[in-house]
Structure formats: structure tokens, C-alpha cells
Design a binder for this molecule. Structure first.
Ligand code: BGC
Length: 485
């Protein structure tokens, strides 16, 4: 079967002047990641994943205390709170008697930008307000007085050290969040205090990462799912490990074959800059971020950074005295950091017109720049290069987990705005996976497919699994041994 064309060859760029062609060539050199490099990155990735399960290295490999998959007999009503990206979401999930079936109602609340870098109390207040609004909207006040506390699964999509499933010390903020006084603290009491202040009939049952939720929700409907991935504002994956292969939890004396979900937090892969092909633009993104030196892998591929990388390149070419690019144009809007997001690149990549008319209109409307056709060609090629690099590097994560676990065939459940919305991301990632794992067969043995709703259904399932474990007396990694109301 013919493969879809995933890029435009520079050769087809007629009428592009020499100085811009030279720039495009340079960009192609620095942003392309060939097969050999992908393999080298993956091989190093495997070693780092292994290191993290022992102690050390930069990938945290956080044990989540999610001990195995749902068996389909999970039932009941749960709340789920999802915090960790652009929006805050509250859901009520009813797991039905029939395996894999559920009802869900949900509300989304925009996470105000200033909260992401504000005060801790303001953030917890805002979260509790959203939960309160949700409950009051969906339940009668009289009913609320009668109901028991509803268990809530809190999807907190940041690296957290968990000694228990209902506990989590924030290791560090990622994705541009920078709220004072939370790093190094257990976020559960902070969350619970805000709930208690409003006397909300809610009780935290589990603190969950979005990747773990994705893994559990996806395996609920597809038992061949072995990895849960997020390719969105940030990037990361979770998979099921045997306790015996995680030396850092040996002190708990758990059966060696007992499964435990590991939240890799592999956005931190190669913080030491040993193998990733960083460009001068990646260095600036990192230096200017609230946490320089952290999340090296994530900063090259995740949605939060794609628009910024694109912007930095355009500004650099404009300022280059040896070429004429956006000459005579006022680029003051373009000079503003994070003024473009990944959807700007997606829109460029999906511009259907030969003359790149939509791209031209966007540059005019959003940045006040009137671009020539060759300048538009450069923008288009740059978007392709950044988008393709993101997809190809993204494939290294699941490839490394499968190599480490010797998984020859499986589904990988993926979620996130980049995976779901960025043009060609899936196809480009699949090509890279084939290159890394040297497949020749017509059907890919490992495929990255759309996941079920991890931070809604997944969080509810994990809350249900936790309550079931408490009832069965399997208390590994559970602090609140009395269970729930
Ligand atoms: C966070 C992870 C999360 C990922 C995707 C990263 O920045 O550290 O916990 O899973 O983003 O949301």
C-alpha cells in the first residue's frame, strides 16, 4: 500500500531565493532525526528506564501503587478530577455491571493562566470551587445532605513521589506551571483541606497520573493495551511492571510477580543531554523556562513547546543579516514568547492551498506580518520539520518500553492534543516505530492507537480498584486503610 506523503520536498519549492533555500537546508539538517539516531536514542532510553527502577538516572519511574488491571467487575459512582494541562475537568463516572460500560457526565473549566504561576492557596481554592459547582449543578442540595462521601480519583499530571496511592509529593512542576510552595509537599492534604473548607461530600481515594489513568482505562476495553501514553501539552507514559523488577520497592516485600503500574515520567529523559539532538532553539526554550535543565525530552516534542520553537526560528532568521526574511515588517508580535501554540503549526500543515493562502492570512491576522510566497514556503517546511521531529522522537518512548519489557506485540493507548489533533503525527510516529524496531511485515506488531478517557474513566476505575483492594485486605501502598465512606 502506498504510504501517504508526510512532507514536502524542498526541491518542489520553486522561486525560493538562494538565501532562504540555504536557511531551509540548514533547518532540515538540524531538525531531522534519521533512523540511526532514533535507534541510538532508544537504546539509551532503555538503559535509563532500567536505571530509574533501581534509583538514580533522570527518569523518575514512579511506582503508582496501582496494582494490576481492572477485571471488569468494578461498579459504582465515582468523581474524577483532572488537572495538569490547559483545562480542569470534573467528571462523574458510573461504572455499570457490564464489563467495559460506563456513563459519564463532565464539565470543563479553563485553568486561568495566572493561576499556573500564582499562589498555592488560590489554585486549591479554584479547584474546590470547580468541584463544588459541578456537584451543585448535577445534584439537588437535599440529596447532597443525604449522600455518603463520593470517592474521587484525582488525576494530577505532574511527577509525584507516592509512598501510598492516596499520597503524592510533587517532585517538580512541569509544563510551565510554577506555583510557589508546592514542590516537595504532599498535594493530597492541600487538596483535602480545600474540600473540607467547603464541606464537600467528596473523599480522595487515589492520586493518579494521566498516563496511568490512560493505561487502566484503555486496558479496560482492550486487554492488548500494555502502555498508556500522553502526547499533549506534556509527554509521558506508564506501563505495568512486576514488583520483582523494581528494586527500589524491595523493602515492601511484595510478591515478585505482583503487577504494579510505573509512571515513567520520561519527559525527563536525557536531562544530561547525552543523546538527544538538541538545536540552539531547544537550548533557548530550556533556558527561558521556569525549570531549566528539566524535561529535556518533553521540551523537544510536547505541544506546549512546538509553537515556541517555531517562533524562535522565525525570529532568528529575520534577525540574520545574511538573508532577507520578513524584511521591512514589524515583527514585534512575533518577538513575544509563547505567542504561538501548536495549533498554529497544525493549521499551517493543513493549509490546502498551493499558494499557502491560509498560512499567509494567519500570519497577517495573528502577527501583523505580510509574508511573500517564499517566506510562506519556509514557514510551511519549518512546521513540517518541527512536527515530524516531535512525532519521530515521541516513538522512542514506547519503543524503549517495549524493548525493555520484551513486548513483541501490543497496543499502546495514546491521548493528548498533539496525538489527537496534530496532522500526520500518528502516521509519522508509526513510520519511526517501524524504523526503530526494524519491522518489515505489512501489519505493525505494535501500534499506537487512540486511548480511552484516562483521567475520567481511568481515574474512576483506579478509585474502584483501590476500594476493592481495601475490602480484600490487599493493602500494599494504601495509606487510608479504612477505605471510604
Ligand atoms: C508530567 C507528567 C504527565 C505529562 C503528560 C508531564 O509534564 O510531568 O506527569 O504525565 O506531562 O501530561
Amino acid at each position: 500500500m502506498a504510504r501517504p506523503a508526510l512532507t514536502t520536498a524542498v526541491g518542489s519549492m520553486s522561486d525560493v531565493p538562494q538565501d532562504l533555500l540555504a536557511q531551509i537546508k540548514k533547518l532540515e539538517e538540524i531538525f531531522s532525526v534519521d533512523k540511526a539516531k532514533l535507534k541510538e536514542i532508544t537504546a539509551h532510553f532503555v538503559k535509563e528506564l532500567e536505571k530509574g527502577n533501581v534509583e538514580g538516572g533522570s527518569i523518575p519511574m514512579n511506582p503508582t501503587w496501582v496494582m494490576g488491571y481492572p477485571d471488569g467487575n468494578e461498579t459504582g459512582t465515582y468523581l474524577a478530577l483532572d488537572m495538569g494541562g490547559t483545562n480542569l475537568r470534573v467528571c462523574e463516572v458510573i461504572l455499570s455491571e457490564t464489563r467495559g460500560e460506563y456513563d459519564i457526565i463532565q464539565s470543563k473549566y479553563r485553568m486561568p493562566e495566572d493561576l499556573k504561576t500564582g499562589e498555592s492557596d488560590d489554585m486549591w481554592e479554584y479547584i474546590a470551587d470547580c468541584i463544588q459547582q459541578f456537584i451543585e449543578y448535577h445534584h439537588e442540595v437535599e440529596d447532597l445532605e443525604k449522600i455518603d462521601k463520593i470517592p474521587i480519583g484525582f488525576t494530577f499530571s505532574f511527577p509525584a513521589t507516592q509512598d501510598y496511592i492516596d499520597h503524592g509529593i510533587l517532585q517538580r512542576w512541569t509544563k510551565g506551571f510554577d506555583i510557589k510552595g508546592v514542590e516537595g509537599k504532599d498535594v493530597v492534604p492541600l487538596f483535602e483541606a480545600a474540600l473540607a473548607k467547603r464541606k464537600l461530600p467528596v473523599k480522595l481515594s487515589a492520586l493518579i497520573n494521566d498516563t496511568t489513568g490512560t493505561l487502566i482505562a484503555s486496558s479496560y476495553t482492550d486487554p492488548t493495551m500494555k502502555i498508556g501514553c500522553i502526547f499533549g501539552t506534556g509527554t509521558n507514559a506508564a506501563y505495568m511492571e512486576n514488583c520483582g523488577s523494581v528494586p527500589k520497592i524491595a523493602e515492601h516485600n511484595l510478591p515478585a510477580d505482583m503487577p504494579i503500574a510505573i509512571n515513567c515520567e520520561y519527559g525527563a529523559f536525557d536531562n544530561e543531554h547525552k543523546v538527544l539532538p538538541r538545536t540552539q532553539y531547544d537550548v533557548i526554550v530550556d533556558d527561558d523556562s521556569p525549570r531549566p535543565g528539566q524535561q529535556a525530552f518533553e521540551k523537544m516534542i510536547a505541544g506546549l513547546y512546538l509553537g515556541e520553537l517555531f517562533r524562535l526560528v522565525l525570529v532568528d532568521i529575520h534577525d540574520n543579516k545574511n538573508c532577507s526574511f520578513f524584511a521591512g515588517q514589524d515583527i514585534s508580535k512575533l518577538r513575544k514568547a509563547y505567542t504561538l501554540d501548536a495549533s498554529f503549526l497544525s493549521d499551517i500543515e493543513t493549509d490546502p492551498f498551493e499558494n499557502l493562502q491560509e498560512t499567509g492570512d494567519m500570519l497577517k491576522q495573528e502577527l501583523g506580518i505580510t509574508a511573500t510566497k517564499p517566506e510562506l514556503e519556509l514557514c510551511r517546511r519549518l512546521a513540517e520539520l518541527i512536527g515530524t521531529r516531535s512525532a519521530r522522537l515521541s516513538a522512542c518512548g514506547p519503543a524503549a518500553i517495549c524493548t525493555k519489557k520484551d513486548i513483541k506485540t501490543c497496543h499502546v493507548g495514546a491521548d493528548g492534543s498533539v496525538f489527537n489533533k496534530y496532522p500526520h503525527f500518528k502516521a509519522r510516529g508509526a513510520v519511526a516505530l517501524r524504523e526503530i524496531l526494524d519491522w518489515t511485515e505489512p501489519k505493525d506488531p505494535i501500534s499506537i492507537v487512540g486511548a480511552e478517557d484516562g483521567s475520567g474513566v481511568g481515574a474512576a476505575l483506579i478509585a474502584a480498584l483501590t476500594i476493592k483492594r481495601i475490602k480484600a485486605g490487599n493493602l500494599a501502598g494504601i495509606k487510608n486503610k479504612n477505605g471510604l465512606a
